[in-house]
Design a protein around this ligand. Structure first.
Ligand SMILES: *[C@@H]1O[C@H](CO)[C@@H](O)[C@H](O)[C@H]1NC(C)=O
Ligand SMILES: *[C@@H]1O[C@H](CO)[C@@H](O)[C@H](O)[C@H]1NC(C)=O
Ligand SMILES: *[C@@H]1O[C@H](CO)[C@@H](O)[C@H](O)[C@H]1NC(C)=O
Ligand SMILES: *[C@@H]1O[C@H](CO)[C@@H](O)[C@H](O)[C@H]1NC(C)=O
Ligand SMILES: *[C@@H]1O[C@H](CO)[C@@H](O)[C@H](O)[C@H]1NC(C)=O
Ligand SMILES: *[C@@H]1O[C@H](CO)[C@@H](O)[C@H](O)[C@H]1NC(C)=O
Ligand SMILES: *[C@@H]1O[C@H](CO)[C@@H](O)[C@H](O)[C@H]1NC(C)=O
Ligand SMILES: *[C@@H]1O[C@H](CO)[C@@H](O)[C@H](O)[C@H]1NC(C)=O
Ligand SMILES: *[C@@H]1O[C@H](CO)[C@@H](O)[C@H](O)[C@H]1NC(C)=O
Ligand SMILES: *[C@@H]1O[C@H](CO)[C@@H](O)[C@H](O)[C@H]1NC(C)=O
Ligand SMILES: *[C@@H]1O[C@H](CO)[C@@H](O)[C@H](O)[C@H]1NC(C)=O
Length: 496
């Protein structure tokens, strides 16, 4: 977050400790009746783990009401008035009014509210619970009716806890999603969000502007998301997926409750699971995705292939060219590639021509989208003939016992190094005439700007080694990351 070491926060932190010790000022764990919070007053959860009050992010001169971890580094976990800051905290206040918890600005105008219409009870209380959940309930005890909770309205952070559900309500058709901050100093909703696929496929999407899918986690298999293999090494978090007739959602908890952790949709579009390292007094990024542009959903578009070691990152498969050459040359790859020669299969005007053939592409990550269908067979030859006979089949792969078949446009093809053990071989359907030239067809890709010389490649390799070295100790090296697929740079083993 980069907003630690800010003098105001330190001051506030001291102040909070002071309150706890001397009981001079407001130190209650709740807001009720005629009480209000303004200025530097705060409320804390029962064990003091979380604090609610006015804060200012980094060097900003704007104030927001939020909840933060009671630790030296300013770590805001929830914000009420995300896009309506106040400037004078002494004349602004948050209090219970007309059956709601309401934030009034300097002019006494309501700028944020829990927005309930159902109650006018006089026994309402707003309480900050130890998991970091702000609840509004009708009475002093935890068994009194719960009217509203901040866990149902997360901002950019998902905290562990059984009440913190990230998912989709099938009755109201509403998602509980995380939305990034605009900048590190502006908590207004930014362009990235994390939400569960409303179609109950148990995958998370990172969306840009709430609509374009930038990344998908792959479906949940009970232990991990298929595209987040580093989760396999986890024994700190208990993630669980619930799907019933009313809702589908994820929740997670810590096996050891004395740890602090959070999952953040950060300003750059990356999600990070962070854990607080008490001895070092800093957040450690436990895992983070997507780790590179090649992992962004459809980054190179249809039939594009991404290679993090190459410049440009995206190329079209052999036999394909960019749909929009200008866009492609300006490094906007999302339009993808199209066939140079249309397929024979299913084209009645081409009866006399040779039928289609398959281009072999080695050492790649097989496309996750569209999802393939599988069939058990005895040998690779059967895969080829099955695919050849089905005009909708665009590609196949054989894993020794099963064929996988893809139809339609292939997305998220990713080139790995030749010796990468995770590399697979894919066979992509092309018109036979694409093979007539004498060139070998082993995984070659053609792009618009393949003008890279050997010199450039060597330079790139050198640079990547340097980057790798310098990035080893850093976290959050989004998009400069050059680590091999399958190793886990964010996984701090010393943590265990
Ligand atoms: C709130 O304040 C009003 C007037 O100041 C008073 O009549 C009322 O009893 C107070 N309510 C509580 C719950 O303190
Ligand atoms: C706040 O301002 C100081 C001094 O101008 C600067 O060094 C620091 O990086 C700023 N912090 C943030 C989070 O921008
Ligand atoms: C209080 O909020 C209202 C409505 O958003 C706004 O018009 C007014 O300028 C705000 N007052 C101050 C002092 O910012
Ligand atoms: C409060 O609820 C009403 C109706 O449900 C809605 O139109 C309004 O935008 C909500 N306001 C806030 C601040 O959420
Ligand atoms: C509370 O609301 C109920 C119905 O919504 C109404 O009958 C009652 O008079 C209200 N009480 C107060 C004190 O406003
Ligand atoms: C959900 O499924 C429907 C029907 O299968 C499909 O039209 C829609 O695009 C899907 N939505 C998403 C977000 O995948
Ligand atoms: C993990 O969480 C689920 C759902 O909350 C719970 O049923 C299960 O007992 C938990 N497992 C462990 C080992 O704590
Ligand atoms: C779904 O909601 C209905 C109505 O609120 C409730 O009766 C039912 O138990 C819920 N189902 C589950 C699985 O929670
Ligand atoms: C939980 O974490 C705390 C702090 O890291 C540690 O002292 C404690 O031993 C852990 N407890 C268990 C059961 O692992
Ligand atoms: C059939 O092949 C011809 C000649 O290559 C091409 O112009 C036409 O678009 C193809 N039709 C289909 C449906 O692909
Ligand atoms: C091959 O693919 C099938 C279907 O996806 C899968 O069940 C099987 O485990 C795979 N076999 C190997 C050796 O990976």
């Amino acid at each position: 977050m980069g907003v630690n070491n800010n003098p105001w926060f330190k001051l506030c932190f001291l102040f909070v400790c002071f309150c706890f010790q001397s009981h001079i000022s407001f130190a209650a764990g709740k807001i009720c009746g005629n009480q209000s919070i303004s200025g530097k007053q705060t409320i804390s959860s029962e064990t003091g783990e979380f604090i609610l009050g006015f804060f200012t992010p980094g060097n900003s001169s704007k104030y927001y009401v939020g909840i933060w971890f009671n630790i030296p580094e300013q770590t805001i976990v929830w914000v009420a008035n995300r896009d309506k800051p106040v400037f004078d905290i002494y004349t602004s206040d948050i209090r219970i009014s007309n059956g709601n918890l309401v934030l009034f600005n300097e002019s006494g105008i309501m700028i944020w509210s829990t927005n309930l219409s159902s109650t006018n009870s006089s026994s309402l209380e707003a309480v900050l619970l130890d998991e970091g959940n702000l609840v509004l309930r009708d009475g002093p005890s935890s068994s009194d009716p719960l009217l509203w909770q901040s866990f149902d309205h997360p901002t950019h952070i998902w905290l562990p806890g059984p009440g913190a559900k990230l998912g989709f309500n099938k009755i109201t058709k509403k998602s509980t999603r995380l939305t990034s901050w605009k900048t590190n100093e502006d908590p207004a909703p930014g362009c990235f969000s994390l939400e569960l696929d409303p179609n109950s496929t148990s995958q998370f999407f990172i969306l840009r502007d709430m609509s374009n899918i930038l990344w998908t986690s792959g479906p949940w298999n009970g232990q991990i998301f298929s595209l987040v293999p580093e989760m396999r090494l986890n024994y700190i978090f208990n993630y669980s997926y619930i799907d019933n007739e009313n809702e589908s959602y994820f929740q997670y908890s810590l096996y050891n409750n004395s740890l602090k952790s959070l999952l953040i949709m950060d300003v750059g579009g990356q999600i990070q699971q962070r854990t607080w390292l008490q001895p070092a007094k800093q957040w450690n990024v436990f895992w983070a995705v997507p780790r590179m542009q090649c992992e962004m959903y459809a980054y190179c578009g249809a039939f594009g292939i991404c290679n993090k070691e190459s410049e440009p990152l995206c190329n079209c498969l052999e036999g394909f060219g960019p749909k929009s050459v200008d866009e492609w040359n300006s490094r906007a790859y999302s339009d993808g590639c199209q066939r140079k020669t249309s397929l024979h299969c299913g084209n009645s005007s081409l009866v006399n021509k040779k039928s289609d053939r398959f281009l072999e592409i080695r050492s790649i990550v097989l496309p996750a989208n569209p999802r393939p269908w599988a069939m058990a067979v005895g040998n690779a030859q059967e895969c080829e003939s099955t695919c050849l006979n089905d005009c909708s089949c665009t590609a196949y792969a054989y894993n020794g016992s099963h064929c996988s078949f893809w139809s339609g446009e292939l997305l998220n093809l990713r080139q790995l190094a030749k010796d990468d053990i995770d590399g697979k071989t894919l066979y992509v359907r092309l018109a036979a005439s694409e093979f007539s030239s004498s060139n070998s067809n082993k995984g070659m890709v053609t792009g618009v700007a393949v003008g890279s010389s050997v010199m450039l490649i060597l330079l790139g390799l050198l640079l990547s080694v340097i980057l790798r070295r310098t990035n080893m100790r850093k976290t959050g090296t989004f998009f400069t990351h050059t680590d091999k697929h399958g190793s886990f740079p964010y996984f701090d083993l010393s943590f265990f």
